[in-house]
Each structure stands twice: as structure tokens, then as C-alpha cells.
Design a protein around this ligand. Structure first.
Ligand code: BGC
Length: 250
């Protein structure tokens, strides 16, 4: 079964058809620019365009960079604040005519890594971090995800961790790999002392460059790059929609 997965990010809205059996893309990936301001209406328009470009009809899974409970968005750190209290599932479904399932973007990436990637068959606690515009966090214990953990907003010297160590901060402050890795390491040491994970998976676009900075990260915990790199968000959202759809289909 192929399902359309969409990853809504602070800078891009990306989508592809995903083969749920294998976790592989079953189409080309389309990337459209996130509108600015990224209001619900403006984002929904881009999502509609993406669905149309795919010429797709059927269930859609979308990852969103905020807390999502039962389809409703409750936080908006890196998107327009009008998202707060918006029923994203209902809005996307109505705008596109396809049934949407919406999940936090880091949770989507975490699910994808568990089902198809670096956390597959890993026993114990896995911490998945997505480093992009913000820092997304997901914790999976023996394959079970605890949703909506927001540890990118953990305070380090009174400032959100994501304002110190996200990929966007590296670009904005023009930090070298070494300088940025020092900020990331500080965050990782705090996280590993709080959660004692068995494995840390680093995702987001910057995970492709892992060879440039993993060497600077001196953590107790083993760290690996996301096996699905930046595609985990799309794949996990599609996978999550397949689970939801399977439950609601008699
Ligand atoms: C948001 C999270 C999101 C993360 C990555 C954070 O600012 O609060 O919900 O998972 O960014 O996009």
C-alpha cells in the first residue's frame, strides 16, 4: 500500500508517496516553500497544491512542528501562532478532500526509525532528535513512542536548547562544525543524564553531514545518524496514517 506522507517544516513542505511495507519512497519527493507568514490558511493552500501535484487520493499523513493531540495543534514555536488550537486534521481534510492524520514531526521521525530505520529491533530506550529549524525530540521504549515530548525547549542557562543547538542556529550564527558540536554536546549530555537512553539517533537534514561533527560529541551513549535521514518525517507520517486508517477501516 502506498500512502502520501507530508513533512511540514519551518522552511519547506515536503511530500512523497511511501510504500508502507518497505518504508521506501514510491514516488519523487516534492518540496514546496513554507509560506511566510505560515498561517493555517497559507500552509493549507501549499499542502493542497502538493496533494494535487501528486495526483493522489486517499489517506494522508502529515508531520507538523508542534504539539498535536487528536489532530489539534497546541503549540507553534516555529510557525505562525494562529496554529494554536487549530484542528489541523479537520482543516487539511476539508481543504484537500482527503482524510488526513496529523502527528508531531519528531514523533513521525521516531516512528519511522523504529519501524524501518536505525531503531529497528533496538531494545530499551531510544532518543530521536531532529535538528532543523528547531529541535524535535521523541523517546521510544521497546518500540513504544510517548508522544509530544518537547525537549527542544529544555532551558539551558535560561535559553531554549533549540535556540543554542538546532541546525538553524549553526547557519544563522555561521558556526563551524566544531563550535556548533560543542553546543550540541552540551545539550546531549543533559539529555542523557535525564533519560539514560540506550541509543541516540540524530535526524534532520544535518544528519547527512554526521561525519563532520559526530567526532566532537563525547557522550556516554552511542550516537548514530538517522538511517532515513531527513526523509524520516515523511515516511513516519505516512506510516502513522496507515495505522490510523487500518483501525478505522472495518
Ligand atoms: C517544536 C516541536 C517540533 C520541533 C521540530 C519545536 O520547536 O516545539 O513540536 O517537534 O520544533 O520541528
Amino acid at each position: 500500500m502506498n500512502i502520501l506522507g507530508i513533512d511540514i517544516g519551518g522552511s519547506g513542505i515536503k511530500g512523497a508517496l511511501v510504500d508502507i511495507e518497505t518504508g521506501q519512497f514510491a514516488s519523487e519527493r516534492i518540496r514546496l516553500v513554507t509560506p511566510d507568514p505560515s498561517t493555517p490558511d497559507a500552509v493549507a493552500k501549499v499542502v493542497k497544491t502538493l496533494v494535487e501535484k501528486m495526483a493522489y487520493q486517499g489517506p494522508v499523513g502529515a508531520g507538523f512542528p508542534g504539539v498535536i493531540q487528536h489532530g489539534i495543534c497546541f503549540t507553534a514555536a516555529n510557525v505562525d501562532e494562529k496554529w494554536i488550537n487549530t484542528n489541523a486534521e479537520k482543516m487539511f481534510s476539508e481543504k484537500t478532500g482527503n482524510p488526513f492524520t496529523v502527528i508531531n514531526d519528531a514523533d513521525a521521525a521516531g516512528l519511522a526509525e523504529v519501524r524501518y530505520g536505525a531503531a529497528r529491533d533496538v531494545n530499551g530506550v531510544v532518543l530521536v532528535l531532529t535538528l532543523g529549524t528547531g529541535i524535535g525530540t521523541a523517546i521510544i521504549n521497546d518500540g513504544v513512542l510517548l508522544p509530544n515530548l518537547e525537549f527542544g525547549h529544555l532551558k539551558i542557562r535560561e535559553k531554549d536548547a533549540e535556540k543554542r543547538a538546532s541546525a538553524a542556529v549553526k547557519a544563522k550564527k555561521k558556526l563551524s562544525w566544531k563550535e556548533w558540536a560543542a553546543a550540541l554536546e552540551e545539550y546531549l549530555l543533559i539529555m542523557e543524564n535525564l533519560f539514560w537512553p540506550d541509543l541516540i539517533i540524530i535526524g534532520g537534514g544535518i544528519s547527512r553531514n554526521h561525519a563532520k561533527y559526530f567526532g566532537y560529541l563525547n557522550t556516554r551513549t552511542k550516537i548514530v545518524p538517522a538511517q532515513l535521514y531527513n526523509q524520516a518525517g515523511i515516511i513516519g507520517a505516512a506510516y502513522f496514517a496507515s495505522l490510523t486508517h487500518a483501525q478505522s477501516t472495518p
